[in-house]
Structures are given as C-alpha cells and as structure tokens.
Design a binder for this molecule. Sequence first.
Ligand code: FEO
Length: 399
Amino acid sequence: MSKIELKKNIFWVGAIDWNVRNFHGYTYSTKRGTTYNAYLVLDDKIALVDTVMASFAEDLIKNIEAITDPLKIDYVIVNHVEDDHTGALPKILDIAKNAQVVCTKKCQEGLFRHYYKNWNFKIVKTGDSIFLGNKTLNFIETPMIHWPDSMFTYIPEDNLLLSNDAFGQHIASSERFDDEIDGCVLMEESEKYYANILIPLSFIISAKLSEIIKSGIKVDMIAPSHGIIWRNNPAQIIKAYSGWSSGLPLKKDILIVYETMWGATAKMASAMSAAIVDEGLKVKIYDINLGDHTEIIKDILNAKCLLIGSSTHDNHMLPNIAGFLGLIKGLKLKGRKAAAFGSYGWSGESAGHIEKLLAESGLKIINAPLTVKYVPSSQDIESCKDFGRRIAKEIISEE
Ligand code: FEO
C-alpha cells in the first residue's frame, strides 16, 4: 500500500479489519468491518498517535517501516486505553525501546491494569503539549468520550484533530477520506456509531463540544481512530454531533420492536403500524429475532416513541426482548415516550413487565399496555389500530 499522508509529514499507519462482524463483546454488529487508525508524525522528534488491535500489530509495524524505522519513535501517544487502540502497544514498545508513553493519568492506570508493564510514562492533562521541532502536539482530556481515560491530540500547525473514538465509524474500506466514499454510507455509519457507543454520554459530549468551540481552536481535518478521516467537510460531523448530543429525538418517528412466539404479537405490531402511517408519521418495525440490534439502536436517535411488544412466556416477556430492554436502559434516553403491548394465552404479564422496564429506563409511558388473548380477532385488530392512532396523535400534537 502506498503511503497515506494526511498533512505534510503526518501519515496514516493503521490497519483495516475487513472481517470483524462483532465488536465490544457482541454489543455492536459491524457489518462493514472497521479500521484501527494510527498516525505517525515525522518531525525532529517522531510521534506515533495510537496503535491498533493486537492481531493487526504486524500491519502497523509494516506501515511505519514504509516511512521510518520504528526504533526511532520518541513518543507513543495513547489517546485511549481500550484494546482496539492499545493491543499492539507492547509490540511497538518492544521495538521503540526509548519511546515515552504519553497519556492521561487514568490511561496510565488503565494501561497498567491491561498490560502490567512499567513503561516510561509521561502523564499529560488538558493544556499540556509536546513540541516535536516544527509541529506541536496539544492534549485535550475528553473523559467518557468514550472511557474515563480518553483524550484528543490536536496539532495546531495543521489544524488537525486526532479525536480517537469521537467522530468515528465502523467502516472497512480501501478509501481513507470523506471525499472518497459514499456520503450516505458515511453518515449512516457515523449515526450508528454515535447511537450505539456515545448516546449515554451525550451530555458530556455536548459540554466538551461547546468547550472546544469556545476555545477557538481551528479544525480543518478530523482524524478519528475508526473509519474515515474528515478532510473535506469536518463541519458536517461536528454539526451532526451537536444535534445528536442534545440527547433528544431529532424527529417524530415511531419505532416498534417486538418478539413473538406464534405471530400474534407480530399481527398487533402490523396493525398499529398501519394506523400510525395513516396519521402521517414514519414508523419502523423490527422483529427482535430477525433485526440487527445495532441497526435498531441507530433508529432510536430519530424515534420520539418506542412501542415494545412481547408474547407472554412463563409469566414473563420473551428472552431476546428482555435483553434488548437491558440495552435500552443503558442508553439513558431522554425526551422519548413509550408504550407496551403483547399477546398471551392465559396469564398475560409480558406487557406489564415491559412497561415497568420502559418507565425505569426514563421513558414516559403514554398509554396503558395493550394485550390480546391468543390470536387477534378483527375486533382486536381494530383495538391495535386505535392504540397506534392515539399514540400517533399524541406525538403529532407535541411541540
Ligand atoms: Fe475504539 Fe473506546 O475504543
């Protein structure tokens, strides 16, 4: 592969993981793969910013060797401790024996608890910098974007922000820059990444964005540690993050997610959906066993209301919808409404349990649970439509 130069003497030296399909212990499905971006800054002193997943260490070393001898690296900047960015760190430091490891205090603690090595650490905080000869590395702590240890590295001479997990996407591609790939795919994957990884941290992101904007630093390129580099239009992703980090739904869409044993709960969902669409709102329906939970969570960004359904089984909801509700709780959603529904044979507890979990997750319940015994009759179908209609009207009537 030819050298990929972002700015004069700043190179992408990361790795492309075409085949990864699950991330974060199966909490995130990565249908388009991902990249682990690392950057090499060549100056009087040489800095490597972030590394890659351990299994891609040889790719990283090979990419560095195409530019310089890795033994000459003076600093390894660790913006974030998580394995996908530090897995190759031990191998790099075996080669670059004199390199200092530059990171936040929390990152040092995290690195020790991952690798149990007493490397030559240099602890930095917001406002600290390292001058390499012609270029400066400025550090900005960004706790909880996406772990407590996280930070950004900013190079003022190039107006370049190396943002680690922020502004990233899980896309494996032979292209590295935003002007080289399909813009719809780029925004779809950015949205999915935000919803699945960052939405619970929205209030922190919003405050950090304001702080960075107020500081007046000029950014004309954002190079995250996953996916595509924003060189053509970094303002596009900053604007998107400003909207998403409000934590509020951006549209009035309704999301229906259900699990069904013999299809009765699915029929309820379908009838509700038809009535909602007739009222003029957009709706998406997912059978939790057929849909991809990462895609479903992406759609929560635009959903004003969640309708969650399950058949009753052993006096409870079905297991996969229960797991999904666990994910929902972790998202700490704001400003969204919800209602529960489900079919049953004789006891019918599922919808009540769902409603309880939705309320505990911070969603405002706007309708009592709707239940149907066995298979919906034509009268039950009308009740489901009425349920959908009432919910749509309430959402439409909101300011
Ligand atoms: Fe890409 Fe929080 O690691």
